[in-house]
Ligand binder design. Structure first.
Ligand code: F6R
Length: 242
């Protein structure tokens, strides 16, 4: 595990963008794993700026996102697909055919998960996976549990997560109760992982990743078993790490 302390959110976003751009420049056909949420918005803005200046080109990458809400189709204003399209993909010349997302709309949940698994198998492994972290230590939507689930699966969102994500909806009651997410095994299969944590509410969860105990009740703790993880935090978060 490598800890990278950045002065502030803008610097964290720039550093993360440099890592992503370097990956794409070194290997233009890279498979990149993307996360949604507030934390990577600055990273996506930086990547957009770099693209506009001609410093990076995403023409040949393939993308895989971590998760999607169950019941929201791609065009729903709060879908993660739409989030990625508006915050990055639509701005940097990424074609729809390059994008892979677990489907939030399905008849058969097992089939929906298997479909994403086979896409990951066919196109993967992911060269670089971008992660945020929940205050409860979730990665993707792998919520605290008694055991790890390795593959793509449907989960019940934790109450805390529903509350945290209610800010994107008109009302908490509109937040979907389920999501479809890559499993911990899918994330660990990525060749390189960067985890971004800029809010002090994440400090405790980040601290656990360095605790040398792997515990499915704090899913991010699994990352200490990966050979190439960089954790980018702001000073504000770093100050709370012991
Ligand atoms: C989103 C995802 C989640 C978020 C996490 C942090 O695709 O997988 O694990 O990364 O909930 O969200 P923010 O950045 O909004 O605090």
């Amino acid at each position: 595990l490598q800890l990278i302390v950045c002065d502030h959110y803008e610097e964290l976003s720039r550093q993360a963008a440099r890592i992503v751009a370097k990956q794409v420049t070194n290997k233009p056909t890279s498979v990149i794993g993307f996360a949604t949420g507030s934390t990577p918005v600055g990273l996506y803005q930086e990547l957009t700026k770099m693209y506009q200046k001609g410093e990076v080109n995403f023409k040949q990458i393939r993308t895989f996102n971590l998760d999607e809400y169950v019941g929201l189709d791609k065009e729903h204003p709060q879908s993660y697909y739409r989030f990625m399209w508006e915050n990055l993909f639509g701005k940097v010349g990424i074609e729809k055919s390059q994008i892979h997302f677990p489907s939030g709309i399905f008849q058969d949940p097992v089939q929906a998960c298997n479909e994403y698994e086979s896409q990951l198998k066919k196109e993967g492994p992911i060269d670089l996976q971008i992660l945020g972290i929940g205050a409860n230590g979730h990665i993707g939507f792998n919520e605290p549990a008694e055991s790890f689930i390795l593959n793509t699966h449907i989960i019940q969102l934790a109450d805390k997560t529903i509350e945290a994500n209610a800010r994107f909806f008109r009302d908490k009651s509109e937040v979907p109760r389920q999501a479809i997410t890559m499993g911990v095994g899918n994330i660990m299969n990525a060749k390189k992982i960067i985890l971004l944590a800029s809010d002090k509410s994440k400090a405790k969860a980040v601290q656990s990743v360095f605790s040398s105990i792997v515990d499915p009740r704090v899913p991010a703790t699994i990352l200490q078993l990966h050979a190439d993880v960089s954790i980018l935090v702001t000073n504000e978060v770093a100050d709370l790490l012991k």
